[in-house]
Ligand binder design. Structure first.
Ligand code: SER
Length: 860
């Protein structure tokens, strides 16, 4: 058997099915376009409507590598060799095209001929009365009958996903690991029906010929379909000859990162291993969810994300971390999967920041939450529903974590009571909002509303108000002073996407006007954040939309400049430069890219020169719509996933740059005017960031610099061309003065100290209190030493306050009196803290305390 990397397996799978006439489509989002489902749980989900016959297929046969998420077994993740939340599914699909025969033949050919898995290692299961499948396996493939097992509905019937939908009997292919499984109840008769771990299911072929309605009734589909799914992680484990998915090249980099970060070795301690596996799994899932637009929250998808991040944080805590760490794994997600899933490098910053912020929120309360659990379990064998709820509500502890800890400690949790309390809280929140609907549903219900975007060519148009959303609810109007999200049938407003900010502008209608302060997408909903200034905006009204032209033009300049920058970086630094994030705003652009070391001054200048040369040449900027394949063949840089759309937009600047891009651009590079790099720095290991600006902003910047120079020149009374020399002189002068001042102060302090000591000796005082003013603590200790040397026997207290509103002190004693006791006493006399050794102690107060006050307090 060949040893293959996961990347090779992905590619071979797609190549194989391409050679069998399949259209290869990119992975769809983890968030399905399906109100019945929270997540894409299988490769077939994006095609559910096609299977069902509700939508026409564009291609009769398709193959994908689909990112999927399942959270039903989340508590097992990390504890077994195979449980995961996020995984990749290799799938081939037929929509009324081929059926059982080809599905079985293709799977067999791929496994035995392409992956070269020995036939004797493969077994199959079929649905109990599927004789057709039995015949195909025995007669067409020639599989020995003893290697075919029949199983019931539990095992060999798939779907529907959600309450209704397509489904059907299936046939699963198993890989015989030939491992001696200790727990196997009957090793001689072991086959795929056995519960032991010897047989690993690798591929599920579903013969999707049926559907189930919401009542549970099953009917025949008009078209017979094929849906297959093979977990990439499992087949990779087989091909890499390892027992657990966590030992494949998909996960090892995560485990390595954990070893480094937590200073622990994998494979030494089962508990640590579990935590490392949980972190590996959850960091991948969290990154992909955020890339697909989910944010941590307390409802639905957002809560799943929150639970994933918080569960991972708890496991990091078990491994000894007390501060955010999970965000550091985003680098690993990017390294392992960024190439195949461009949304990861594209949303890199957002993912990192979102995870880090959520970690910080949870770390703030985690210790208190854990302490409360400890307290509860030390005196009780049950965590009550109220306690579990308090942990959730006050300390942000998701129920899974409470359950997991409870299980470890051997105590129970009153889950039903907890759920009842949760429901009550939800009810209260709904009542407070004054209605019974769920907020999330509002957007879901509007999900099919389409807005035509005409903003590539026009900045103004007439449009109809299709929907208005206020505080998450659909409303029929917005009155003067009110703000909401408005959907139009048509718009010139660009919605934030691909790093480019959303447009702003004005909306006018009969007797009314409103300001649009942002435009963005929620799923495919094109939302305008609009505040009514006069009149009332109602659903179905006609309105005129007008984009703020200057701001849009500034943004377009920065966007085209970003493409030029990207191309110039690749030409100057090399082809390894890849976009890792981008922000295109009206006043500046920010571009993150992969590169190992800081740019030299020469490199920065070269890049800047190259971009400006293209600007000065005034090269036309052209856009073309073409198929994804054509675009790739033409050498266009593909930066984001045009999900399932076959047509992509390609923006070209002569032969200098060619990128897939949905953003708005200038018509000619001459329109950019000028381009300057403002800053170059690191953002994370291997990723650099450039901030730059163009057009009118460079002029604005030069003006600001000119004003600053003029001000400096006036203040320093020096012509601009000798400013540098003058500043050097001033700095030198300043440092000389400061040295002199220090010496004078030291002299003065010394004299005052001498006087104080003189007096002390004369009156054979045993305690000397000296005010060293703004001396540093090192100086204060020095003074205390000198003083003690001089009086020989007794105690010296030196007060000093280098900071305003604070005083500190040093106590030194020659022996009889304990310095630490003196320190404690004088500290507490004025509400401070102090302590130390018998001969030396220190302390301080959060206010000014003078030597005189201390002296008097001592006397008293
Ligand atoms: N839908 C089936 C599964 O998830 C086959 O792709 O197993």
């Amino acid at each position: 058997m060949k040893k293959l990397s996961s990347a090779q397996i992905r590619k071979m799978f797609l190549d194989f099915f391409k050679s069998k006439g399949h259209k290869i489509l990119p992975s769809s989002s983890l968030i399905p376009d399906d109100p019945q489902l929270l997540f894409t749980v299988a490769g077939m989900v994006p095609f559910k409507k096609i299977f069902w016959g509700l939508e026409k297929p564009k291609y009769p046969r398709v193959a994908t590598v689909q990112k999927c998420l399942r959270t039903n077994d989340i508590e097992n993740v990390g504890k077994t060799p195979r449980h995961q939340t996020m995984f990749e599914m290799l799938g081939n699909f037929s929509f009324g095209d081929y059926y059982k025969k080809e599905a079985i033949e293709y799977a067999w050919e791929f496994l035995t001929k392409w992956l070269e898995i020995p036939e004797e290692r493969l077994w199959v299961s079929i649905y109990e009365d599927d004789d057709e499948a039995y015949e195909l396996w025995t007669e067409n493939i020639g599989l020995e009958p003893r290697k075919i097992v029949r199983m019931g509905k539990e095992d060999n019937f798939w779907g529907p996903v959600g309450p209704s939908g397509p489904c059907g009997p299936d046939s699963e292919i198993f890989y015989d690991t030939m491992l001696d499984v200790k727990e196997c109840p009957d090793p001689d008769k072991c086959d795929p029906t056995c519960d032991c771990d010897r047989f690993l299911e690798v591929w599920n072929l579903v013969f999707t010929g049926l559907y189930q309605n919401e009542k549970g009734e099953i009917g025949e589909l008009e078209r017979k379909n094929i849906d297959t799914g093979m977990g990439l992680e499992r087949i990779t484990a087989v091909m890499q000859n390892v027992e657990s998915v966590f030992e494949t090249d998909l996960f090892i980099p995560f485990i390595k990162k954990s070893e480094k970060l937590f200073g622990k070795s994998y494979g030494k301690n089962e508990k640590n291993d579990i935590s490392m596996r949980v972190i590996a799994d959850h960091s991948r899932a969290s990154a992909f969810l955020i890339a697909d637009g989910v944010f941590p929250s307390n409802t639905e998808r957002g809560y799943v994300l929150r639970r994933l991040i918080r569960r991972a944080v708890r496991h990091g805590k078990l491994l000894g971390k007390d501060e955010p760490f999970l965000y550091k794994f985003v680098d690993v997600v990017n390294e392992v999967m960024g190439e195949f899933y461009p949304e990861i490098p594209e949303k890199y910053d957002l993912i990192k920041e979102t995870i880090k912020a959520e970690e910080e929120r949870f770390f703030n309360t985690l210790d208190q939450g854990l302490a409360l659990i400890e307290k509860i379990v030390s005196s009780s064998s049950t965590i009550s529903s109220e306690e579990a709820f308090k942990l959730y509500d006050t300390y942000g502890m998701p129920l899974d974590i409470t359950l997991e800890i409870a299980k470890e400690k051997g105590v129970k949790v009153e889950v039903d009571g907890f759920n009842a309390l949760m429901e009550e809280q939800r009810k209260r929140a709904r009542e407070k909002r004054g209605d019974k609907a769920f907020v999330g549903r509002t957007y879901e219900k509007l999900a099919n509303t389409k807005t035509e975007f005409i903003g590539y060519d026009e900045l103004k148009c007439d449009a109809k108000v299709v929907a208005i959303i206020s505080n998450g609810e659909s409303v029929s109007e917005l009155r003067a002073g009110e703000e909401g999200e408005v959907v139009f049938d048509k718009t010139p407003f660009y919605a934030e996407k691909g790093g480019q900010i959303g447009d702003t502008g004005i909306c006018r209608w009969k007797d009314g006007i409103g300001k649009i302060s942002n435009t963005y997408l929620n799923g495919s909903l094109h939302l305008h954040q609009l505040k009514v200034e006069r009149g009332t905006l109602e659903v179905s009204m006609e309105a005129t939309l007008e984009v703020d032209e200057e701001r849009r033009n500034d943004t377009a300049r920065n966007h085209t400049a970003t493409h030029l920058l990207h191309a110039a970086l690749r030409k100057v630094l090399g082809e390894h430069v890849k976009q890792a994030g981008s922000l295109v705003s009206f006043d500046r652009l920010r571009f993150d890219f992969t590169h190992m070391k800081p740019l030299t001054k020469e490199e920065i200048q070269k890049v800047e020169d190259m971009v400006n040369a293209v600007i000065l040449e005034a090269v036309p900027v052209t856009t073309e719509i073409m198929s994804l394949e054509e675009a790739k063949e033409s050498g266009a840089m593909a930066l984001f996933n045009e999900k399932y759309s076959d047509e992509v937009r390609v923006v070209s600047v002569g032969n200098f740059s060619k990128e897939l891009c949905g953003g708005t651009h200038v018509k000619n590079t001459g329109n950019i005017g000028s381009f300057v790099i403002l800053e170059e720095k690191a953002t994370s290991a291997g990723v650099r960031r450039i901030e730059a600006t163009s057009g009118r902003n460079t002029l604005k910047m030069i003006r600001e610099m000119r004003t600053e120079i003029e001000t400096l020149s006036k203040e320093l009374n020096t012509p601009p061309n000798s400013l540098v020399q003058k500043v050097k002189e001033v700095i030198k002068e300043n440092s000389d003065l400061s040295d002199r001042l220090t010496r004078v102060k030291e002299k003065m302090l010394k004299r005052m100290l001498d006087e104080t000591l003189e007096k002390a000796k004369k009156s054979s005082q045993e305690i000397v209190v000296f005010d060293a003013q703004d001396a540093s603590s090192a100086q204060a200790r020095n003074i205390a030493d000198m003083a003690l040397n001089s009086i020989k026997n007794g105690v010296v207290i030196v007060i000093f306050s280098p900071k305003k509103d604070k005083s500190s002190f040093v106590v030194k004693s020659s022996g009889r009196v304990k310095a630490n006791e003196v320190a404690k006493k004088i500290a507490s006399a004025f509400g401070g803290k102090g302590g130390g050794r018998l001969d030396m102690a220190q302390g301080g107060w959060n206010k000014k305390v003078s030597a005189k006050e201390v002296d008097e307090a001592l006397k008293a």
